[in-house]
Design a protein around this ligand. Sequence first.
Ligand SMILES: N[C@@H](CCC(=O)N[C@@H](CS)C(=O)NCC(=O)O)C(=O)O
Length: 215
Amino acid sequence: MAAPVLYCNRESGHSYKVALALRLMGVPYEQRPVDLNLPREQRSEDFRAAALFGEVPAFVDEDGLALCQSNVILDHVARRYAKLDGRTPATRARVREWLAWEANRLAMSFPHLRFSRRFTRADPVLEAWWTQRMQADFDCLDRHLSGAPFIVGDAPTIADMSCCGYLFWTDQAGVDLAPWPAIVAWLARIRSLPGWSAPYDLLVASPPINAGTRT
Ligand SMILES: N[C@@H](CCC(=O)N[C@@H](CS)C(=O)NCC(=O)O)C(=O)O
């Protein structure tokens, strides 16, 4: 059986979520960086075969099963390695509620604002919309975390990996987390987990994103 492969990009928080989960699970795997500046049809053949929608992250497991969508990959590895998951059917279901919330809310606000501020300025109307949504999303997460050390239960799960994916980069978007102290404390708890690594330390070098590259 071949080692699992993660197709990723160093500027992608969605890639980081998966890399961080695999790191904390202690799963050995190979990272293959993808040049996101290239049009999708010019990306490597093995990546295009693995990535149904042409985006990173994509993951190929030991059996050759290729998956994309960061939260689906997180769900798969949590089941496969029986780690970073809820301990009961009810808590496993709660974990997946947060994966769905992240995909629908958090991943649709802050990552877009960060991409706009870091790489290519979007229309100010869009930035205002993302900022407003981000504030509502951070309020929701902060409220939840004000009574709990991690998102589900008292130990980290893939729900934490999913929701923290972009949040070590708030400075890149000029966002100050001071109004959300429970998020700040939760990020500190994640940082102190054995094996934790910051995004740019964990993800291998990739060709830098050019202004104008779509994500
Ligand atoms: N919903 C997807 C989002 C994936 C995504 O947006 N990937 C971006 C990088 S973070 C990408 O590959 N952009 C380049 C492209 O679409 O060509 C997930 O959770 O994995």
